[in-house]
Design a protein around this ligand. Sequence first.
Ligand code: PBG
Length: 338
Amino acid sequence: MEGPTISPTAAVGFPQVRMRRLRAGEGIRRMVRETRLSPDRLVLPLFAIEGRDASVPIPSLPGHSRLSPDLAARAAARAHDAGVPAVLVFGVTDRKDGAASAAYEQDGPAQAAVAAIKDAVPEMVVVTDVCLCGYTDHGHCGVVVDGEVHNDLTLELLARTAVSHADAGADVVAPSDMMDGRVRAVRAALDAEGHEGTGILAYSAKYASAFYGPFREAAGSAPGFGDRRGYQMDPANGREAVRETLLDAAEGADMVMVKPAAAYLDVIAAVRAATDLPLAAYHVSGEYAMLKAAAERGWLDERRATLETLTGIARAGADLLITYAALDAARWLAEEAP
Ligand code: PBG
């Protein structure tokens, strides 16, 4: 063919082109909508404590409480009824020591909650956070030797923690510690213990973020000295997130994650382009708290701002949205469904 190829839209502009035609009514807007939120994408975090009939509100996470296993099971059932397919369980305890012993007890807070949830709602996909920071007396995500978090000694305890979660019935374990080699270590330990069917959702690109504040209050997991910059990623780095993700994929991750989410949309898009694995994004505690606080003051419409934020995270390329707003979002989406 001779001559220049002319793109059908590039050759013309206004007044032939009118972008508003496709925005003229809800019917046409629905037809051309590129991103759709669905409860299927949502994962609800739950904080599990020991005891019975115990619910301790978390002031900086309005709407969320630390729950004993029986109440965690009830919360999971409510989420299931609203169409949310998965929960992410965090164990919370006062029993902390240098070896994070409560992290891998057979009947620790996370394990007990997992068992109760699977018993009450077997269809619920139960994901567990695998980390030591909620269980160490210094609040770091690993074993501390000479003032440093020791990578390879930590791997053993993470693997043991992951196996204990799988023993309790977890469908998927999610290592969030940012040690090197943890996905391989967790995969090997699961397989050795007959848990080859248990999945791994790797917190692959997890940043040293200021937005984890409310979570650390909830889990009592703020580091007692120093900070997490020696193992979590520098917020300034994007390319490094792709490297982290590809390494986790090579080590056997079934799904990968970017965290936080709303301040890291470019990272989500870059990771999306680099891997075909399902990609989760964690809209973290501080991101949720900001929306809640502004809504409480009447400065934002909570429902619209929340759904817009989640839509943006999905549009950037996330398949799964881990969010403290999962229950509300699922209900809002059900109301909106045509
Ligand atoms: C454990 C962990 C943290 C979060 C998830 N897993 C805290 C941290 O790294 O300090 C944060 C989640 C949130 O803020 O919602 N390492």
